[in-house]
Design a protein around this ligand. Structure first.
Ligand code: NAP
Length: 298
């Protein structure tokens, strides 16, 4: 495989996804920068990315992909494979933050959040994995969060969506290792992106208003997160390093943050515990990385 990778990124219109696109393409990796509605709500973002690609001769292609729509995801992946012949890395980045007291989050808000933050990666992985399994190589990357490992009040649903993503990504890593495919989790702390402006607020104000002083927690949490936010390029640089790490040498989890509240310790401890669990279930050999060799169907 060439050291230059073919990378598909979701949610490339702004923030991390946009920075990943620019950072990877400037190192010569071919990037399919996907976003929803590049001809409408994201027309300005799409044309800025295309203009930059033209100006700097970057290998970037903008494609439409709404991660909540099976057909849109399948069409985007097929278009990338038709153009580049393969996908080496799929970066599940699209997502958003939901803030508010948990009781004030409606079931419809919870359903929508999971549809993007959790089912989005489910759709993307199901669309790219048949190609990666044929290739006997590839990386599915999941942009989780420190909030995929620790919990803040007023962020319970967001944490739940990222905890769910972490569980899925870890199970995938065990199932795909024997076929030469890596599943990787990136856990950013708070970084300056449009995420705070795009945050959805718990809709049931009537319930929030019955919580007394506790109803101030969401504002405290959001204020602390945005005041501590670091430079998002740090995360893009980390993603570049991961993409350029040879197959079989990547970690399952990468915590990247301006502060460490103990997430690295959680990751180190769960790594040991998971190894014991796999050993205890007699699965250690089945879940080991095997370079470029298919253990499965194809
Ligand atoms: N910034 C942080 O501090 C931080 C920390 C930890 C984790 N994260 C995670 O990082 C990821 C990127 O967030 P960001 O900080 O870069 O914020 P952002 O600038 O708001 O980016 C979010 C991206 O997701 C896209 N998106 C939302 N729903 C989508 C859908 N249905 N289909 C396709 N794309 C969709 C948005 O596209 P539109 O332009 O179409 O809305 C946007 O491109 C998210 O998963 C977030 O949870 C962020």
């Amino acid at each position: 495989m060439s050291s230059k990778q073919v990378v598909l990124i979701t949610g490339s219109s702004t923030g991390f996804g946009r920075l990943f696109t620019e950072t990877l393409a400037r190192k010569g990796h071919t990037v399919f920068a996907t976003m929803r509605d590049p001809g409408g709500r994201n027309a300005k973002n799409a044309s800025e990315i295309r203009a930059l690609a033209e100006k700097e001769s970057l290998p970037v292609h903008v494609l439409e992909m709404d991660v909540t729509d099976d057909g849109s995801v399948e069409r985007g992946v097929e278009a990338a494979v038709a153009k580049a012949g393969r996908i080496d890395v799929a970066i599940n980045n699209a997502g958003y933050f939901l803030t508010g007291l948990e009781e004030a989050v409606t079931t419809e808000q919870a359903r929508r959040l999971m549809d993007t933050n959790f089912l989005g990666p489910v759709r993307v992985n199901r669309a790219v994995l048949p190609h990666m399994r044929r290739q006997r190589s590839g990386v599915i990357m999941h942009i989780s969060s420190g909030a995929g490992r620790v919990i803040l009040p007023s962020a319970g649903f967001y944490c739940a969506s990222k905890f769910a993503l972490e569980a899925l990504a870890e199970a995938y890593s065990y199932e795909l290792a024997g076929q030469g495919i890596e599943s990787v989790i990136v856990e950013p702390g708070a970084y300056e992106t449009p995420v705070f402006g795009n945050t959805v607020t718990a809709a049931d104000e009537g319930r929030t208003n019955t919580y007394g002083a506790v109803k101030e927690i969401p504002a405290k949490v959001n204020g602390a997160l945005s005041s501590r936010a670091g430079n998002a390029q740090e995360v893009a640089d980390a993603v570049l390093r991961i993409v350029e790490t040879p197959a079989g040498e990547k970690q399952l989890r990468y915590y990247v943050a301006p502060q460490n509240f103990g997430v690295e310790e959680i990751n180190a401890l769960t790594k040991q515990i998971q190894a014991k669990v796999l050993e205890g279930f007699g699965l250690a050999a089945d879940t080991k990385f095997v370079r470029g060799k298919a253990a499965g169907a194809f």
